[in-house]
Write a protein that binds this ligand. Structure first.
Ligand SMILES: [Fe+2]
Length: 306
């Protein structure tokens, strides 16, 4: 399994001349988080069917719309992905963040005043509606699919489900499979419920075949070792979020936001068994209203036959 990082670090490192990177740079609203980086990875899959050679997937996770993440971050991230000639958009969960503490608000950390004066249930209703409205304005040839994260389970989960039903262009997979077919070839994409706060069920058993590949979306990457213990060879490629890459990454100490048990999946591409796993650092912030040494990320995967 080979990965090739062709990502655009110019947003942070100051190089120039890459149009998409410059567009992402526009995302920085205030210097709290640093600019999101557009990471582009080739994902090698054994026996990838010919119809999906070069298939391009945008991956956006941990949006955490709320008082610390303005709508503009999401709008710009989607606009950047729309410009990149993708086939499909996948959402990794954690669309919302409601911070109960007023301390950061009085410290001037509010970037988005839309929800500032709302009660908690009013905030959740507004955030779910706003995030779905913004995402539904984007369009990709094979659509938009996603999973739920722990923050949806923590914040009026039935309201999230009910709200998303009003946006049929966004298909949320909760222990469900979505298949995309081209010329008799198939991409089977299974979205699992959140590993910690939900009830995750395993994907349907599917053998490797010459005309199909299996993708997995799990908000929490700790599901990966769990499913690998239960099943032999359960996926070709899995996409995760949740970790924020540590969010605040100090020299020597590493990431402060440790939310997983298996640190192999803190961020980036990891080979496991016969497949590979990618964990994105995500777009938003939680706990503290900033990142350090751990830039936000939007991601593009291009599938290639190994
Ligand atoms: Fe998150």
């Amino acid at each position: 399994m080979i990965s090739r990082r062709t990502f655009l670090r110019n947003a942070l490192l100051g190089s120039s001349g890459v149009a998409a990177g410059l567009a992402i740079n526009d995302l920085r609203p205030d210097g709290y988080t640093g600019s999101p980086i557009l990471e582009e990875h080739r994902i090698d899959i054994v026996d990838l069917p010919p119809a999906f050679q070069g298939y391009r997937i945008g991956f956006l996770t941990d949006i955490h719309l709320g008082i610390w993440v303005p709508q503009s971050w999401l709008i710009e991230a989607l606009a950047a992905l729309q410009r990149r000639d993708l086939d499909l958009l996948i959402l990794g969960g954690d669309y919302i963040y409601i911070n109960a503490s007023r301390a950061w608000q009085s410290a001037g950390a509010v970037r988005n005043s839309d929800y500032e004066s709302l009660s908690r249930p009013e905030s959740a209703a507004a955030i779910y509606r706003d995030v779905a409205t913004i995402i539904s304005r984007a369009s990709f040839p094979d659509g938009i699919i996603g999973v739920v994260g722990n923050h949806e389970h923590w914040n009026y989960y039935p309201l999230f489900i009910k709200t998303l039903k009003d946006f049929p262009s966004i298909k949320i997979l909760i222990n469900e499979e979505h298949s995309i077919s081209r010329n008799g070839d198939h991409l089977h994409i299974f979205g699992v419920d959140d590993y910690v706060t939900g009830i995750p069920l395993p994907p349907p058993p599917r053998e490797r075949t010459k005309n199909s590949s299996r993708l997995l979306i799990s908000h929490n990457p700790d599901y990966i070792p769990a499913i690998l213990q239960q099943r032999n060879d359960p996926f070709d490629f899995a996409m995760c979020g949740h970790t924020h890459g540590g969010q605040i990454c100090l020299p020597v100490l590493g990431g402060l936001l440790i939310q997983i048990r298996d640190n192999r999946f803190m961020e980036g591409l990891t080979t496991v068994d016969k497949g590979s796993v990618y964990t994105s650092r995500g777009l938003g912030v939680v706990g503290l209203p900033f990142r350090f040494n751990c830039p936000a990320e939007i991601t593009i995967f291009e599938l290639q036959r190994a």
